[in-house]
Design a protein around this ligand. Structure first.
Ligand SMILES: *Cc1c(COP(=O)(O)O)cnc(C)c1O
Length: 237
């Protein structure tokens, strides 16, 4: 199948599953936004998804994202940075991405906020949470999340919108459910502790393997790559 038809068929299949999962929790389809993760794929793949009605894209590396944003140059798209952000790239990211999902320290929050203030942008940000204590993974632990959330609410330029998680790689989709549930409970606990609920409306959780389960547990954003664009080349290949 040509690229456009392939991507369009995958997207329509995904939207059908997304609708089904949302309706199982009594929510409508609009309650869950689909972020098409285009990392490692070129502008042609992004354009194929745009042709099929997709408007939100996710990238995990700043420079690759900036190159694609410039190549596609479409003001109607929303670009999400979903991968680890190094402090020295905070300003570039704050200037170009509408959403940053990977705020995981106070230091990074302050760098992104300063960069956004300087660039005159107002990026929406999520705090990336590490509930599993995986040392190989990025993300803030629970006490740090509370401190980052309080600081983000007071920030000048960034707009705190919620929480994000990348759980341990699941054997089956169900293995992710406890992590998704705990992220939702953490969100509720932060609100109970006084973080305004209007700053915690989003839960970014669920990927190709487990997005149905994530939606059942309250995801408002799912980040899906493989199920739309196919397999990525292995890292380092
Ligand atoms: C690559 C990536 C995804 C998408 O993963 P798929 O399994 O291809 O759907 C989602 N979230 C993050 C943070 C990623 O790096």
């Amino acid at each position: 199948m040509p690229l456009d038809a392939d991507v369009a068929a995958n997207l329509s299949d995904l939207r059908r599953r997304l609708r089904a999962a949302a309706s199982r929790t009594g929510r409508d389809e609009g309650a869950v936004r689909l972020i098409a993760v285009s990392k490692t794929f070129g502008p042609d793949h992004v354009r194929a998804a745009i042709a099929a009605g997709q408007r939100e894209f996710g990238e995990n590396r700043v420079q690759e994202g900036l190159d694609k944003i410039a190549a596609i140059s479409d003001p109607d798209l929303a670009w999400h940075l979903i991968g680890h952000l190094q402090s020295n790239k905070a300003k570039k990211a704050a200037a170009a991405f509408q959403w940053i999902h990977s705020i995981d320290s106070l230091e990074l929050l302050r760098k992104v906020d300063a960069g956004a203030a300087e660039a005159g942008t107002r990026p929406k940000v999520l705090i990336q949470v590490d509930l599993a204590g995986e040392t190989t993974k990025f993300g803030a632990d629970q006490p740090a999340v509370a401190a980052i959330a309080r600081a983000a609410v007071e920030a000048r330029a960034v707009d705190l919108r919620g929480l994000m998680i990348v759980p341990p790689i699941p054997d089956v989709a169900e293995s992710s459910r406890p992590w998704f549930r705990r992220l939702r409970e953490l969100r509720d606990a932060l609100i109970a502790d006084g973080v305004p609920a209007t700053h915690l409306t989003e839960l970014s959780m669920g990927m190709s393997q487990d997005f149905d389960v994530a939606i059942e547990e309250g995801a408002t954003m799912v980040r899906v790559g493989t199920a739309i664009f196919g397999r990525r080349p292995p890292a380092g290949a």
